[in-house]
Design a protein around this ligand. Structure first.
Ligand code: WT7
Length: 701
């Protein structure tokens, strides 16, 4: 232990704990201008959503929706941990996102689509136009595709307006949509078709990415072949075209199977379809997510509870008003896009922006030009995108006259250095920031500050969201005390309306994965006995703020000390020369694992041994010699998934001379070979198999 630098937060750690060496950050406060206009500025919310008022507190969210029939039981705990919310209630999600806004807002933009080619005009879809298009599509789905409530349909589409239109058309009929991220391969799509039992695939011909037209329809054949192999035949493939009447793919259209949606829609012109009144507990959609092991899990989200939760959190925590122009730069193919591009903002009658392409295309100013042109005032993105934008053009935001009142960060822990750039440069010191921690499984935000009420603390997600009671457990089921500086497993003690219902078709896996570990009594019908296990490490500060360390399996065990990779990466980022950092474990005979560091540099800085030495020195200073990396590799870019997550698994494979596995779904597969050559040299011996923890490391599909 003597090796660990003495610091306020440094504590003794055992094998079961993650060493924590963060220093406390100072608070930042929202401006009075922001507070004055905020949806939620009454601190009475803490009492209203306190445990005394649980579960009835969540009526406040459900009452933001229009119900066909009001519910009789707010929370039913008869079959734990399969909670039921707003039981007896009936509603339709597409009605709530469209029809009910027509009276006041029919001529207001619901969606603004920004094509990647900058010379192509943006497209504003008003609420009235959205109503017409969703109805026509619903008619097509019912009458041409033969879909009805409860059927599943797989949607494999890029970021074009037809994607939310298709989702809302499904919701109108009670058809369960399963959107597969457009950047996923045909194979990945096929496995999800099979698991969900979809008979219909909805896809698109092509889209733009980094200036290139991508042939997307080509994936459909692969998807169908895989689905068939797994026992699920598909009857029809519905193909949206990026440009009406113009087919942008080389893949053949198979007669009797493939149909152009724009052609077929002509037959349903002007048709209006009554929204189907669905039970609050009817599934609204499936969203697949990969665990660190096993096949992807179909997270099944319910209609009433989910919609109430994303609407309430969008209103209170994202501060969305109908007059706001809101831009979440995620892809709709992820849960962030479902909850916080489509369902939450549209339920609140906001204007939501869809951007087709790459944030830095054609240059580092693109995002800020879009913000300026559309007068975006709420911005939502991930730390990876923030780091990327900072790397590509640290001074770009100042050149554009946009003003954000509110910004969100989501998806990974954000390093305080990066947070400050987001705050000072992107937010121009004016915007409030929420760091929202949650998961595909949880439907909506779990930990975040309330933007007009709680101060911000860089690097910390904050306290539980209203009605969410988080806690940090150690391996012995004991609460880790606030302010102890020790890390543990973050759990949510109570159910909430946004939590998934189950894993599609696999109730046992649902219980095993999320509830087995900390269940106090498997016979109990009391929610108190069933904490939700999120599989993330976290530290609870004395002020009740949670700092998320990342997945519990993203740790490097050096000589019996578990080091959070994020913590080492964060140390690297305190150096102004470093743009991005990724830390991976390499096998060491003596210490078990040693960290190895990959960094990329900010523009204008040349790679040198001096910088590599500085990185090592900084890690030693901030964390201790125990975390000293075996090597520091300065690379031009990092392998990333299409959703922007750093692929540590690929770097770990390179560092350990293991096979990198399937890298075809990466955003930048080419970088892998050049990094491999840098690290291993031209000739290298690749071993097929390595220790299990390396295979799983940082495992994202
Ligand atoms: C995992 C969930 C949340 C929707 C998008 C990703 C990490 C998420 C934060 C945050 C630190 C975060 C966690 C979580 N994560 N948000 N604000 N700070 N870590 O959804 O793909 O299901 O990933 O992302 O590790 O478990 P997902």
């Amino acid at each position: 232990m003597a090796e660990i630098r003495e610091s306020k937060a440094a504590v003794q750690t055992s094998e079961a704990q993650i060493a924590v060496h963060w220093r406390e950050e100072e608070y930042f406060y929202p401006s009075s201008k922001f507070v004055g206009q905020a949806n939620l500025s009454d601190p009475g919310v803490n009492e209203r959503f306190s445990e005394n008022n649980f579960p009835e507190c969540f009526r406040e969210y459900a009452d933001m929706l229009s119900w066909d029939k009001y519910w009789h039981t707010t929370l039913d705990t008869n079959d734990p941990p399969f909670w039921k919310w707003f039981v007896g209630g009936k509603l339709n999600a597409s009605y709530n996102c469209i029809d009910r806004h027509l009276e006041k807002y029919k001529n207001k933009a619901a969606l603004i689509f920004v094509p990647e080619p900058e010379q192509e005009a943006t497209v504003a879809v008003t609420y009235q136009e959205l109503y017409v298009r969703v109805n026509e599509m619903a008619a097509l789905l019912r009458e041409f595709a033969g879909l009805k409530a409860g059927d599943r349909v797989t949607i494999h589409m890029p970021m074009i307006p037809e994607l939310p239109i298709t989702m809302l058309a499904c919701a109108r009929l009670g058809v369960i949509h399963s959107v597969v991220f457009g950047g996923f391969s045909g194979e990945a799509c096929g496995r999800r078709i099979a698991d969900s039992g979809s008979r219909i695939l909805i896809t698109a011909d092509s889209y733009y990415r980094s200036g290139k037209m991508i042939d997307h329809k080509a994936n459909a054949q692969i998807a169908l072949d895989i689905a068939k192999q797994e026992g699920q035949p598909v009857d029809k493939v519905l193909v949206w075209r990026r440009y009406r009447g113009q087919y942008g793919s080389k893949a053949p259209m198979i007669e009797g199977r493939d149909y152009f949606v724009d052609d077929e829609l002509l037959k349903f012109s002007g048709r209006i379809i009554e929204p189907v009144s669905m039970d609050a507990e009817a599934p609204l959609f499936l969203m697949y997510t990969s665990g660190s092991t096993g096949k992807p899990k179909g997270c099944q989200h319910r209609t009433g509870g989910y919609l109430a939760y994303v609407t309430g959190t969008s209103k209170y925590l994202q501060d969305i008003h109908p007059t706001d122009v809101y831009w979440c730069m995620a892809d709709i193919g992820w849960i962030t896009g479902h909850s916080y591009i489509v369902y939450g903002p549209l339920a609140l009658a906001a204007t939501t922006v869809l951007y087709e392409g790459v944030p830095t295309f054609p240059d580092a100013g693109r995002v800020w030009r879009i913000a300026e042109r559309l007068n975006v005032n709420i911005f939502h993105t991930s730390p990876t995108a923030i780091r990327q934008l900072r790397k590509a053009g640290p001074d770009e935001p100042a050149k554009y006259k946009y003003h954000f009142k509110h910004m969100t960060t989501v998806g990974e822990p954000i390093e305080p250095e990066v947070w400050r750039w987001y705050h000072d440069v992107v937010g121009k010191g004016e915007a409030v920031i929420v760091d929202t921690w949650w998961q595909t499984e949880t439907g909506g935000f779990l930990c975040t500050t309330k933007p007009a009420i709680d101060p911000m603390k860089p690097g910390s997600a904050g306290p539980g969201a209203p009605g969410i009671y988080p806690t940090v457990f150690d391996e012995n089921n004991e609460d880790v005390k606030a302010g102890s500086g020790k890390a543990g497993n973050i759990c949510i003690r109570n159910p909430w309306p946004g939590i998934m219902q189950t894993i599609w078709g696999d109730r046992d896996r649902f219980v095993d994965q999320y509830y087995r570990k900390y269940c106090k009594d498997s016979k109990s019908k009391e929610w108190h006995d069933w904490p939700y296990f999120a599989a993330d490490g976290a530290v609870l500060a004395a002020d009740g703020y949670l700092r998320i360390l990342g997945r519990v399996d993203d740790v490097i065990n050096v000589a019996g000390h578990r080091l959070g990779t994020k913590e080492i990466e964060s140390a690297c980022l305190t150096l102004p020369e470093i743009a991005e950092a990724a830390v991976v474990p390499v096998v060491d005979d003596i210490k078990g694992r040693i960290p190895e560091v990959y960094v990329s540099l900010v523009p204008g800085i040349q790679p040198s041994q001096e910088i590599a030495d500085k990185v090592t020195k900084t890690i030693e200073t901030i964390i201790g010699k125990i975390a000293r990396p075996r090597k520091v590799h300065i690379v031009p870019d990092m392998p990333k998934t299409r959703s922007g997550k750093l692929m540590r698994r690929v770097l770990a494979a390179i560092s350990n001379n293991l096979s990198t596995g399937d890298i075809t779904t990466l955003a930048n597969p080419d970088i892998v070979e050049s990094v491999r050559e840098m690290v291993q040299g031209k000739e290298s011996v690749v071993v097929k198999d390595g220790p299990d923890d390396l295979k799983q490391f940082g495992g994202v599909e």
